[in-house]
Ligand binder design. Structure first.
Ligand code: ZN
Length: 202
């Protein structure tokens, strides 16, 4: 289904103009970019939002239960593993839900293609992840080994490269399915390999 022609950058209604430049923000666009599918209904965005949070929480929980010790298949996401070690599973699930929400909320927006909202949460999440690796890498070397830390960092860089590429590809088109998959990747990354456990289990 196709809606009214709108500016791919600011959503301004372009049905009154024949020019290829948006009178509101000055973005130039093609006919294809202007005629995007109608935005998904509110309920489907809300359903997608909670599905993403559930996937993030499950991925983080799984990251601790897939193996007995931190490994590349079980990165022991720190948000769940530290509360879990001291017997506070509920707190761990809550922390995972907060992390998942940080990345999932832009899916609630009518035009997820406009990526400023998402960039803000990306920047925050990636900065936290970089700080985490910066502070924890020497413990990772000491307790988990060079292979674990190096593979973890390579995996993170590869995941982020895919996410950045997909976000860049989708920057002008509003496709809910593609946006959902991209957000899912981000949420699962943040709840697993973004913040792996780098120390020693007590
Ligand atoms: Zn515009």
């Amino acid at each position: 289904m196709r809606g009214v022609p709108r500016c791919p950058s600011c959503s301004y209604d372009l049905s009154a103009t024949a020019a290829d430049i948006c009178p509101e923000c000055g973005t130039r666009s093609t006919v294809d970019e202007r005629l995007q599918p109608a935005p998904p209904a509110v309920w489907s965005r809300i359903a997608a939002f909670f599905t993403l949070i559930a996937c993030g929480v499950f991925a983080g929980w799984w990251s601790v239960h897939a193996d007995r010790y931190p490994s590349l298949v079980a990165p022991f996401n720190v948000l769940f593993s530290i509360p879990w070690i001291v017997g506070l599973q509920i707190l761990g699930i809550g922390l995972l839900a907060v992390m998942a929400t940080l990345f999932a909320w832009p899916i609630l927006r009518e035009s997820p293609g406009h990526c400023w909202a998402r960039l803000t949460s990306h920047a925050l999440g990636w900065t936290l992840s970089a700080v985490w690796f910066g502070l924890g890498t020497r413990f990772g070397f000491q307790y988990q080994g060079l292979g674990y830390v190096a593979c973890g960092i390579i995996l993170n860089i590869a995941a982020l490269a895919i996410i950045i590429y997909a976000a860049w590809r989708g920057r002008r088109r509003r496709e809910f399915g593609a946006d959902f998959v991209l957000t899912l990747l981000l949420v699962v990354w943040a709840c697993t390999y973004g913040f792996p456990y780098l120390g020693e289990l007590p």
